[in-house]
Design a protein around this ligand. Sequence first.
Ligand code: ADP
Ligand code: ASP
Ligand code: MG
Length: 441
Amino acid sequence: MSMTVCKFGGTSLADGNNIRRAADIVLADPARRFAVVSAPGKRFSEDVKVTDLLYACDKECAATGGCGEAFARIRRRFLSIVDELGLHFDIGPILDKTQEEIERNRNADFTASRGEYLNARIMAALLGWEFVDAKDIIFFNEKGAFDEKKSYPLIEERLSRAKRAVVPGFYGTGADGRIKTFSRGGSDISGSIVARAVNADLYENWTDVSGFLACDPRIVKSPEKIEVISFKELRELSYMGANVLHAEAIFPVRKGDIPIKIKNTFRPEDAGTLILPSKKYTPHGNIVTGIAGKKDFTVIFLEKSLMNSEIGFARRALSVLEKEKINFEHMPSGIDTLSLVIESRYLQDGVLDRLIEEMKEALAPDYIRVSENIALVATVGHGMAQNIGTSARLFNALSEAGVNVRMIDQGSSELNIIVGIDNADYEKGVRAIYHEFFEKN
Ligand code: ADP
Ligand code: ASP
Ligand code: MG
């Protein structure tokens, strides 16, 4: 029989009614044997996610030694969830113990993980399934990365004994034996890891939209839905900010060739988006599959005659970054030019000035220029390589919209064209590209 691992996000589990809806979905298909859950998210737009309330507990603990005030809100949320569900589950003592552990441990990751822990306990009680704690099966190594060699056999062994189980997302155990979380939105990664470990046939990711949309619905009203997308396209789009799915969630399932399906908890009848390994994917008719982007980058533009014949130029430029422990995002280059695109948040408090001085010294460029407040927009699709003139259409669309292109990077995959534009033009630029490839005919 086929097997599905399903992950439910925070908005899908924000209150008792939604948790019941999620449980009904789980039970509707016997293939769904393992459920991974997030902490309760927002119930309405001004609401606060339980994970954010937990980070507030951590702050309160640091300031006062206790978290009575912040934890009271969390307590109320979980009590009302159990109450709405009409569940015979005595959560009071579990909440008392959780508050006591938070105050004793003083570990931000432990504290933040409790939303997933408590929600998974509730979901397990509601389904009548076993609760398997992520701390016993998901491990991180000394570098803080997911330790697959240690984790996969443990997950496989533990879950094969459980038959059906609920696993909390977002956390595991660090190399020091303490609870450690993934980055925000990381329950998507936990779900993917579980799917890979049990060799599932499908990884379902249940959220609050009916699939991956061709661009951010907050920028373009009702963008087209993507029916099928390849892992490669998804990776480019999610890395560039289409955060329906955490950008790292793709890796575990990709290794196991396990397809992902994005589904809407509030409209389970909708088809959703199917994400396929590239070899199982046949490109559809569209040239462009999707558009995504992020604001707040800085571009350092270096020019030097005969740069190309100067051995080690790029290496020296990168070693300046390495020395300052700074990642770069992109490095487009021409014959005598090289640009470094860096997230602006790494360049605060004098770091940028220091970098420029160090580059002048190490590289002796003829010219060095810095552009700040740059947004990157990625236009992604397997169809782009086959269609001559795609970049001309893209640049035309931007220029007609009055958007000035400050940087261009066409990835070597031919799957992605990234343009750097002013932060202030970001929304306008995304709309112009969307209009060109999706609305015009
Ligand atoms: P969950 O709580 O289920 O993990 P998230 O909030 O992390 O859900 O992700 C779903 C949200 O991602 C959507 O509500 C939507 O606002 C946003 N989003 C951003 N880009 C896209 C896109 N291209 N397609 C669909 N949703 C997108
Ligand atoms: N609850 C965590 C967060 O808010 C993890 C997740 O939802 O995936 O980031
Ligand atoms: Mg999410």
